[in-house]
Design a protein around this ligand. Structure first.
Ligand SMILES: [Zn+2]
Length: 117
C-alpha cells in the first residue's frame, strides 16, 4: 500500500505551496486520480485525515476526480477504456496499445479561502 506515501507527498506539496504564497488556510484540495495509477481512492480518503492531522490541511476537504484509463490500439487505432475491456482492444482484440490517460496521480487544484479585504 503506497497510498500513505502519496498522501504525505500531497501534504508536502500543499505545505510548500502555502509557504510560497503566504497562505495560512486551505479549504480544499482537488486531485486527479488515474484509473490506471494503482492508487485506491478509498485508501486515500481513509488515510488523508490521519496524515494531515495537525497540519495546514487538517480542516481542508479532499476531492478525488477519477480520470479514465484510455488507450489507443496500435493495430486499428481504436480508442478504448483499458479497465472496461481488460486491456484488449474491443474492435480487433489486440493487446498492443498506447495508454493515453489515467496513469497519473496529480494535484489539480488547491483552493484557498477568499480573504476579506
Ligand atoms: Zn484494435
Amino acid at each position: 500500500m503506497h497510498e500513505i506515501g502519496i498522501v504525505r507527498q500531497l501534504l508536502r506539496t500543499v505545505t510548500d505551496f502555502a509557504a510560497e504564497h503566504g497562505v495560512s488556510r486551505i479549504c480544499e484540495v482537488v486531485v486527479d486520480c488515474g484509473e490506471l495509477s494503482l492508487v485506491i481512492p478509498d485508501y486515500l480518503r481513509e488515510l488523508y485525515p490521519v496524515v494531515v492531522k495537525g497540519s495546514i490541511l487538517e480542516n481542508a476537504g479532499l476531492t478525488i476526480h477519477m480520470v479514465p484509463g484510455l488507450a489507443e490500439c496500435e493495430d486499428c487505432d481504436e480508442i478504448f477504456n483499458v479497465i472496461e475491456h481488460k486491456g484488449y482492444c474491443p474492435n480487433c482484440g489486440s493487446f498492443n496499445k498506447t495508454v493515453l490517460s489515467g496513469k497519473d496521480f496529480t494535484i489539480r487544484e488547491i483552493l484557498v479561502p477568499e480573504e476579506p479585504e
